[in-house]
Write a protein that binds this ligand. Structure first.
Ligand code: 6PG
Length: 253
């Protein structure tokens, strides 16, 4: 099965009672992935947007902070808005503020370089950084790049910055690509990992909470529409972690 191949294993659905329970479940799954790594280096790919904020903040609390071996966990991002790192729309800036800057060694934080000349150059730089971290230019299914990839889903069914109908969704040669225009807020250029890069993980964990997600989850989970959030699959386990408010009406797996 090639990474990103939609025929990969069917996603698993986990339903949390509310956003707080969902954040805890996501944080617990991250801890479990670190434990499974059994002392080896760990690579976590963070999602952008607002959904993961509560989980990120949990990681900085004593209950979680004390259980994470910060010296051997590396933090990446699945996509970035091409805005300065000081801009509140910058995904890695939110993660740094929520927990990374207080907990992780700076060398273990791997942002997309928004000081590059343009999104295409930023994408090339990040791809080189990922390949250097991975130690190879091609994926080995026996050795995924990430232990855990966190993702969200936008109102149009995008994930990371892979928007429906955009060429970036079909990119299979590059690990990271530029997205010159976004058709949803924030309307800024993006840099995004591609489906094969996102697929190279032991676990892909989507987080979606609140009634505002019910409509798109109906299209993705119930109707199975061919949207980027449905194309994205781990070569390992793909999980949709949603709360009751986001669950489609009368949804049964
Ligand atoms: C981004 C994200 C994007 C996000 C979804 C959901 O850069 O915007 O990577 O894919 O996960 O748009 O965003 P919310 O969590 O804010 O609903």
């Amino acid at each position: 099965m090639a990474p990103g191949d939609p025929s990969q294993a069917k996603p698993k659905l986990i339903v949390a009672a509310d956003p707080a329970a969902l954040a805890k479940a996501a944080a617990d799954r991250l801890i479990a992935r670190i434990i499974v790594a059994n002392g080896h280096r760990v690579a976590i790919c963070l999602s952008g947007g607002s959904s993961p904020k509560q989980m990120f903040e949990l990681l900085a609390t004593d209950a979680y902070r004390s259980r994470i071996p910060w010296d051997r966990v590396h933090w990446f991002t699945g996509d970035e808005r091409f805005v300065p790192s000081t801009d509140s729309r910058n995904n890695m800036a939110m993660a740094r503020k929520a927990f990374l800057d207080r907990c992780a060694p700076p060398a273990n934080i791997h942002p997309i370089d928004v000081n590059s000349a343009n999104p295409k150059e930023a994408a090339r730089h990040y791809e080189s950084e990922l390949k250097s971290f991975y130690g190879a230019d091609h994926f080995d299914l026996a050795r995924p790049l990430f232990d855990l990839v966190l993702l969200g889903v936008g109102p149009d069914g995008h994930t990371a910055s892979l928007f429906p109908g955009y060429p970036a969704v079909e990119e299979t040669r590059h690990w990271v690509t530029d997205v010159p225009k976004a058709h949803v807020e924030p309307f800024v250029p993006r840099v995004s990992l591609t489906l094969p890069a996102l697929a190279s993980c032991h676990e892909m964990l989507f987080e979606a909470s609140g009634s505002g997600k019910r409509a798109i989850l109906t299209r993705v989970l119930k109707d199975g529409e061919d949207l980027p959030a449905n194309r994205a699959r781990s070569q390992g386990e793909t999980i949709w972690l949603v709360d009751q408010a986001a669950l489609p009406e009368n949804f049964r797996e």
